[in-house]
Design a protein around this ligand. Structure first.
Ligand SMILES: *Cc1c(COP(=O)(O)O)cnc(C)c1O
Length: 403
């Protein structure tokens, strides 16, 4: 199937939600950091399937073998039963974090679980008025009603009113605003350690440190949304490990099972007990197949030393992009944290650059009109990093020649 036909079928059968972000091809298969479309054209995937999901690359042999093996053994039983993959994954995640684990199917669900646990904990420790959650402007936490309310971007909220009460927004990295927003009514502070969808803005140590301090002062939970930053992407297993602090809860999803839908909420013992049996649940959460896939991803990260690779290749990409910035004045700033990278542009040419890169076989995404974003898989090697930089350089050169 070609793009035109896919586009026509979508127009006929699907809700009209994704056309503005669709790229002009139909993807057929992938291997490592590469994808091929239905016409056989090859692409270097600098976005991990599009949104930082295929963390160990496409169709990693060990992940494929694990999924195939598990699919032929047991795909699903509900949480009426125990399964070994679920318990093994829970052990692995809760040990890595130091707490307990709830498994679900997406980032929004993981955040929803964290919000519910924080509210329950607030009610239990501070009464019915302790329900406020302090979040950041420009954040992204998901598309369910509670998580889009936590998301500090009006465009995701408009038309969905009335929104759930109790979410307060402050500018990201604004310590004074954060301190001013927190009170005895606060049950949680919910933050991304690095703003992802808004374009790779890491939290300052002062900001996260103040969040930790204020949460301790009023007895609120510090929740870090690591849906995008977690599982190695920033060069540490969890991004909060770049900071000298411990959150009370973190949420994971995107890269955790390498492309199989999954989400996880990890909570320290101090707050985890505020969920009683029946307070929360998920039919699919922790099914044998996604749990086995996540275990395989965690094994691959260790066996291939991919967290360190994310740090090293991320640094190399940042350096290469910095060199392009010096050469091409259209680039104004580079931001990077491991394999989360953003390129700020002086003019609204992001989409033009994206499509020119796609034509030359490099996949990246945009934020607004004037920013590019790169989220390569953790398996990206040096040669592939150089190839991607080279293609972007060629596109910038062509654009300079023909503005
Ligand atoms: C993508 C993302 C989410 C939402 O995840 P879904 O799986 O799409 O629900 C939440 N938080 C952050 C930081 C994200 O990047």
């Amino acid at each position: 199937m070609r793009f035109d036909e896919a586009h026509a079928r979508e127009a006929q059968h699907m809700l009209n939600l994704y056309p503005p972000i669709r790229m002009p091809m139909v993807m057929a298969r992938g291997e490592g950091a590469r994808l091929w479309d239905t016409e056989g054209k090859e692409y270097l995937d600098f976005i991990s399937g599009g949104r930082a999901v295929t963390s160990v690359g496409h169709c990693h042999p060990k992940l494929v073998a694990t999924i195939s093996q598990q699919a032929g053994t047991l795909i699903h039983v509900s949480n009426d039963f125990y399964t070994e993959p679920q318990l093994a994954l829970a052990a692995r995640l809760s040990t890595a974090f130091g707490g307990r684990c709830f498994l679900c199917n997406s980032g929004a669900e993981a955040n929803e679980a964290a919000i519910k646990l924080a509210r329950k904990h607030g009610h239990k420790t501070g009464g019915p008025d302790k329900f406020e959650i302090v979040c950041a402007l420009k954040s992204f936490h998901g598309r369910t009603l509670a998580t889009l309310t936590a998301t500090g971007q009006p465009k995701y909220q408009q038309g969905n009113e009335p929104l759930p009460a109790g979410f307060v927004h402050i500018p990201y990295n604004d310590v004074a605003a954060l301190r001013g927003a927190i009170s005895e009514r606060t049950c949680a502070v919910l933050l991304e350690p690095v703003l992802g969808e808004s374009g790779v803005y890491p939290a300052t140590p002062e900001f996260l440190g103040a969040a930790r301090e204020e949460c301790d002062r009023v007895g609120a939970a510090l929740i870090l949304d690591e849906v995008q930053t977690g599982v190695g992407r920033t060069g540490r297993l969890f991004a909060y490990q770049h900071y000298a602090l411990q959150p009370d809860m973190i949420t994971l999803a995107k890269g955790l099972a390498g492309g199989v839908p999954i989400g996880a909420m990890l909570a320290r013992e101090t707050v985890a007990g505020s969920f009683q049996p029946g307070d929360h649940a998920s039919t699919f959460g922790g099914s044998a197949l996604p749990a086995a896939a996540a275990l395989a991803v965690l094994d691959i990260l260790e066996e291939e030393n991919l967290v360190a690779n994310a740090a090293a290749i991320g640094a190399r990409l940042a350096e290469g992009l910095e060199a392009l910035r010096k050469q091409y004045p259209v680039i104004t700033e580079i931001r990077a944290c491991g394999l989360m990278l953003a390129v700020d542009l002086k003019a609204p040419v992001a989409n033009r650059i994206k499509l020119a890169c796609v034509a030359r076989g490099l996949l990246l995404i945009t934020v607004g009109d004037s920013m590019l974003r790169l989220l390569p898989p953790l398996v990206l090697n040096e040669a592939q990093a150089e190839q991607g930089l080279q293609i972007l350089g060629e596109v910038l050169a062509a654009m300079e020649a023909e503005p």
